[in-house]
Design a protein around this ligand. Sequence first.
Ligand SMILES: Cc1cc2nc3c(=O)[nH]c(=O)nc-3n(C[C@H](O)[C@H](O)[C@H](O)COP(=O)(O)OP(=O)(O)OC[C@H]3O[C@@H](n4cnc5c(N)ncnc54)[C@H](O)[C@@H]3O)c2cc1C
Length: 444
Amino acid sequence: MSAVDYDVIVVGAGFGGPVAAKRCAEAGLSTLILERASTPGQKVISSCTIPFYGFLFGPQWIRDGDPPIERPITGIRNFFVRDGKVYATDNSFRVPGPLANRLAIGYTVYCRPFCTWLAERAVEAGAELRTSVAAVDVIMESGAVKGVVTDGGEELRCRLLIDAEGVQNILARKAGIRKTYRPEAVELCLLYDFKMAKEDIDRICGYQIEYYWAMPEEKIIAPLGEGSAVYIFPYRESIHMTIGRFLKGEEGVPVLAKELDAYYRRFFQVDRWREMYAPRTELRARIWDTCPIYAGLYQDMRSMPTFGDGVLLIGDAAGLEAAAIADGVPSAWFSAEMAAETAIEALRAGDTGASFLSRYQRRLEEHPLIPALISDTHRRDLAWARWSGDEAEMRRRVNQGWGIRLMGHLALPVLRAVYREMRRDPRVLKNWLDMFNRYHRLYA
Ligand SMILES: Cc1cc2nc3c(=O)[nH]c(=O)nc-3n(C[C@H](O)[C@H](O)[C@H](O)COP(=O)(O)OP(=O)(O)OC[C@H]3O[C@@H](n4cnc5c(N)ncnc54)[C@H](O)[C@@H]3O)c2cc1C
């Protein structure tokens, strides 16, 4: 057997990879991060909203650091559209007035600066980062992963591989651990990036994210349950609008690219967009991407392993994106920390076999938030409103998933996570409050 080049190789410097690499490097393990893009985060969807629970219960150094956030988000505004007009609004899920300058339900971020910041912290801790290098295959010996082969043909050997390559899962498939996600589980998204003056964003969008919902005949979004609502996220001096549809729905495989374009054409006629946004925005880019957000809802996908001999999978590569709100960053961070802990224990014990690594899967299952997030059916259940043809039913379900009744199913897992952190160290409460204050100052 050849000598190893590194204790741990982490493939992917998106949201999860650098978090795992930093922890491994801090434990004294020689750690390499491979990233196919020239800059970390460059090939991750360009921007997103990271919910507060990612910051509170994720890595302490992110919470207590000064990461490059764009804008605090204090609520969700749901607009209901009929005949091209917004006819009702549900903004019941928001931080109450007096606290809105202090607390946030999340923060918008641009992925490239954010993931670069994460990767820099990993490098400071001693990890080596190689960009513009893709891992194209795994080195297998007696059924165990022993390293990767790069697109330059180099063989890099390690004791343990952490696969943080995101949705495509090429390495996990090559290692025989996972299959491709079924098309019903994967959403194709088309994102529009618009430049907009900060004063206009402050006035129109403020610190809220916006969702636009409609019954199928309106044709501004995918049939309910088979895609996202149109959503608008505000950044410092830009807004992003996203429309998505699953690769396969009830009626088979739609011609997605054309459909998403058609939704946009109709959405641009909706009164709120036409009057408030259109005169003040300038289109900068159109971006396509996929996310496996229903992976946790299908038993065959959910039961695929998150580990194998010599390898641990984190984040999207492990199918951990949330099914209803479609956030994947918190679970990428949670799983990265648990994978790193498992890797450190395995290397200290000198055992990187699947049986030892199975404790990682148990940690994922026992996590206070991950199982709840990946199995939340609110988005898929919007189909009931479509089947019934009842708009009131749609609004009721939107309120459950994106309005105040969201608290009904999110509160318990969040409280469990609060309890777990407080038991470890009650002083964490002060750190959380400091974080909200500091992030507001970072934005100001
Ligand atoms: C349209 C859209 C909107 C989203 N919105 C949100 C949101 O608002 N909030 C939220 O929390 N989440 C959101 N997500 C999900 C979130 O982006 C992912 O869940 C998160 O990025 C997962 O982190 P990760 O580390 O697993 O993978 P990623 O962040 O995708 O990182 C994977 C990295 O691996 C690299 N890579 C891949 N293959 C290789 C290889 N073979 N060799 C070397 N490098 C490789 C990639 O270039 C990338 O840098 C969204 C996703 C999409 C598509």
